[in-house]
Design a protein around this ligand. Structure first.
Ligand code: SF4
Ligand code: SF4
Length: 443
């Protein structure tokens, strides 16, 4: 393949779609290493100044976004490195958390490290180089429409037993919102109880709610994060078809992974459906006085921003422009390309809920909002590399403990599972609470 220079104009007709589209980007990375740290003006201490779980854990530049840009260049363009060994290790041990993307955009407007990391995974998957655990996960998605290993399609609706939810599957009943629980809430017995609580809270607030019962499926978001693009797209299209048949136009989900997948990744495929996270609806209902907190919940908490609700929860903005060089050296996009800097994610709604509950005291961690530290479950890493995933979670629990709060609150089942039962660096644990549990206690 002919090499492209840093200054080659590579017109793209949309967002980069395949690894080769990223070649100019790989070469334009300036090796500033900003992608390894919380943006400098936001760092509050040396102890919690790092942002990339991967390079923090492996302590080797290859495992940073910069390292992966270089790897892309070496492996594809230059052919110095093969699809094997440590190259593959670095490719798959990216949490796809997007912290590098936010940090890089502080000084650079034309690089997309997260999308590049995922493009590397996609090419490795195409070459059959994914870890066996991830291959099994993708096969399970195809067979049982879930990426959880023990999930059975036939058991999909068990979580909702006893709920009075409209059945939207036959299109005989209609509702403003379809409740989309996501696999963790549908299959994990503890989380299933919390899914029920979400439904009860939304119904109490007067939301017109239904669900698809056994017709529900996985959003496929994990397939996208782990590089199984074909499988993700098949799942997204199948979901879109079912929703269309059922007349569903609005979805509410309590899962941050599903939220990101539908909001950003489905939109990129041209699937037009409105999605909100349950915390957005609950916060609105509280503001409108339709949900009233009557009981005190005396608890000091710290809020963990899930990556896929926070920095990756920004809305998709269509763009179909081209790159243009001006003054014979400056690369610009015409029209201006959307710049996902993480700041428009869902940050306020969960905090407004917590602040409205009498007795709850919110104490913030150092790494919050778009600079939040990942829980460790991202990019499928908890499936094939649990030791690494636990170390990332332990780092977050340690940070949470420094606030002096009694519990960590979150709004994502993946974060909840990954942070629960993990020791901090001093060997102690923290309670991890789903935000809906506090809401239900206070009503
Ligand atoms: S990816 Fe961005 S932040 Fe990281 S070294 Fe390259 S230019 Fe700097
Ligand atoms: S997506 Fe997360 S884990 Fe992967 S390189 Fe970026 S910051 Fe590191």
């Amino acid at each position: 393949m002919a090499k492209k220079s840093l200054f080659d104009m590579t017109p793209v007709t949309g967002y980069e779609k395949k690894l080769e589209d990223f070649f100019p980007m790989e070469r334009r990375c300036s090796n500033c290493l900003g992608c390894k740290f919380v943006p400098f003006e936001k760092i509050k201490s040396n102890r919690f100044g790092r942002n990339c779980p991967s390079v923090w854990y492996y302590n080797f530049n290859l495992y940073s976004a910069r390292g992966r840009f270089q790897l892309g260049q070496n492996i594809i363009e230059d052919g110095y490195v093969g699809w094997e060994g440590q190259a593959l290790d670095a490719i798959f041990n990216c949490q796809a958390c997007g912290a590098c993307d936010v940090a890089c955009k502080v000084t650079r407007f034309n690089l997309e490290p997260l999308a590049h990391n995922i493009a590397l995974k996609e090419r490795a998957v195409e070459k059959g180089k994914a870890p066996v655990e991830l291959k099994a996960m993708a096969a399970q998605l195809e067979k049982q429409k879930s990426m959880l290993p023990d999930a059975k399609k036939a058991d999909r609706a068990k979580w909702a037993a006893g709920l009075k939810l409209k059945d939207l599957s036959s299109a005989k009943e209609t509702a403003e919102y379809a409740f989309f629980p996501g696999c963790q809430y549908a299959y994990d017995p503890d989380l299933a109880k919390k899914a029920k609580t979400y439904v009860k809270v939304l119904l109490k607030g007067g939301v017109d709610l239904g669900y698809l019962g056994k017709g529900d499926m996985c959003c496929g978001g994990r397939a996208k994060q782990t590089g199984f693009r074909k499988e993700f797209e098949a799942e997204a299209k199948a979901n879109a078809e079912i929703w269309k048949k059922a007349g569903i136009k609005k979805i509410v989900t309590p899962c941050s992974d599903c939220y990101h997948a539908i909001k950003r990744q489905y939109a990129l495929l041209g699937i037009d459906v409105e999605v909100v996270h349950a915390v957005e609806l609950i916060a609105d209902l509280v503001k409108q006085g339709k949900l009233k907190f009557k009981k005190r919940v005396d608890l000091s908490v710290t809020y963990h921003d899930p990556c896929h609700l926070g920095r990756l929860g920004e809305p998709f903005i269509p763009w179909n422009g081209t790159e243009k060089k001006i003054l014979n050296q400056v690369h610009t996009w015409q029209p201006a390309r959307p710049r996902y800097a993480g700041t428009d994610g869902i940050y306020d709604a969960p905090r407004e809920i917590l602040e409205a509950i009498p007795g709850v005291r919110l104490i913030e961690m150092e790494r919050v909002r778009e600079n939040s530290w990942c829980c460790g479950a991202g990019g499928g890493c908890s499936v094939f590399n649990p030791e690494y995933s636990d170390a990332i979670a332990s780092e977050r629990v340690t940070e949470a403990q420094t606030t002096g709060a009694e519990a960590i609150v979150t709004a994502c089942p993946w974060c909840e599972i990954n942070l629960s039962g993990v020791e901090s660096e001093n060997g102690t644990f923290m309670d991890v609470v789903d935000i809906v549990e506090l809401v239900a206690k206070a009503l």
